[in-house]
Design a binder for this molecule. Structure first.
Ligand code: PLP
Length: 384
């Protein structure tokens, strides 16, 4: 079945599956000192080494979490409380308007619960890139220390953000930088040291590992206050018995990511987009003028509602996503497209197709054929 929804969750890599199968044979708690405990600990530390290598970080700075959402929440709360403890409190929290809801939701929570922290969204340009001029203006305003959150690549459009320039600006003003690299890792160079970030987050299931496991990387001298207390696991940054099987799978996937041929994905994405334009001359590809991750295409076929297309594609066995967020049965326009100035009317037509490590030309051809069939049916209905 053509699966083109890798930005939602990627398919499990054989290396991750094998590592998880091996981990299932070990019953020890990594905190136990006996041999089974030590075997479980060895799996966790081996995975930590692979994850650290993937993002060029010191393994000691890698904390395993239950995924990208938790990693983002721990980073923001950890920075806000940690900076207060260290005597240089964060008084301003700025996140790009196109961040994942785990960042935006946490920022909103902080604005209502933590006195003295001013929050703001940094707008995006129509091309889906964070507006650096506004960020600069915000940083120049007087106030205490600032935490800035800008993702490395957007989950809906794939648009790559200018992190090197963001980090230069943040450093110049003595701020802290959080980079959500959940959708970037494995698709573009994600080097924690080179990015000069204080916090970086990733998620296993976006790169061919299992769901429910992720990692937060915290720079040595960055403020961080633990939010989950207990048995002192993860150097007391995030207590709780480790998800050994999930972490082992994460390590297996992290090790395999380096072998991906990203240019192959870009070629497939280009084939898809030129096929799309051939069938639908009015098709709009969001973020097409910006640098994008090679695997993502977010497009609108004006006149074909996203839900109609999703159902028609699904009936043909093709799996993609709508560009709208669907929660509690209500489909609302994507906040990312909205931030890019896309009207609600146009956003209703937005679809996202995202390729992954096992995608093939067959997947692309099947998607195009299904869309073409749908387009022909809709045109015939309109003509009748
Ligand atoms: N950040 C980004 C950019 C994402 O795309 C996602 C998931 O879609 C997350 C964070 C959350 O990750 P997880 O699903 O592991 O909680």
């Amino acid at each position: 079945m053509p699966y083109l929804d890798h930005n939602a969750t990627s398919t499990l890599r054989p290396q991750a599956r094998a590592a998880m199968a091996r981990a299932c044979e070990i019953h020890g708690n990594p905190s136990s000192v006996h041999r089974s405990g030590r075997a479980a600990r060895a799996l966790v530390e081996d995975a930590r080494d692979h994850v650290a290598l993937l993002v060029n970080a010191n393994p000691a700075n890698v904390t395993f979490t239950s995924g990208g959402t938790e990693a983002n929440a721990l980073a923001v709360w950890g920075a806000v409380y940690g900076s207060a403890e260290s005597g240089t409190p964060v008084e301003r929290l700025y996140a790009s308007a196109i961040e994942h809801d785990s960042i935006l939701g946490t920022m909103m929570e902080i604005s209502t619960r933590v006195a003295g922290v001013r929050t703001a969204k940094i707008p995006a340009t129509p091309d889906g890139v964070v507006d650096l001029d506004t960020l600069h203006d915000l940083l120049r305003e007087s106030g205490g220390r600032t935490l800035v959150a800008v993702m490395a690549a957007n989950n809906e459009t794939g648009v790559v953000q200018p992190i090197a320039r963001v980090s230069k600006l943040v450093r110049k003003h003595g701020g802290l930088l959080l980079v959500d690299a959940v959708q970037a890792c494995g698709k573009i160079a994600t080097d924690f040291r080179a990015l000069d970030a204080d916090y970086l987050t990733i998620s296993a299931h976006k790169l061919g590992g299992p769901q429910g496991v992720g990692a937060l990387v915290v720079k040595e001298d960055a403020p961080f206050a633990a939010q989950i207390h207990g048995g002192g696991q993860e150097r007391s940054r995030r207590a709780g018995t480790e998800n050994v099987v999930g972490i082992a799978g994460f390590g297996g996937a992290a090790k395999a990511v380096g072998d991906d041929d990203v240019s192959r994905l870009e070629m497939l994405r280009n084939v898809f987009e030129s096929g799309l334009r051939n069938c639908f001359p009015a098709a709009i590809v969001f973020g097409q003028n910006s640098q994008r991750t090679a695997n993502t295409s977010n497009f609108a076929l004006p006149g074909i509602a996203a839900e109609t297309a999703l159902i028609a594609l699904d009936l043909d066995g093709v799996m993609v996503s709508s560009g709208a967020a669907c929660s509690s049965g209500k489909v609302k326009p994507s906040h990312v497209l909205k931030a890019m100035g896309v009207s609600d009317d146009l956003a209703r037509f937005a679809l996202r197709m995202s390729l992954g490590w096992d995608s093939s030309g067959f997947d692309v051809d099947a998607t195009l054929a299904s869309l073409e069939k749908l387009g022909t049916r809709i045109s015939a209905r309109k003509a009748a």
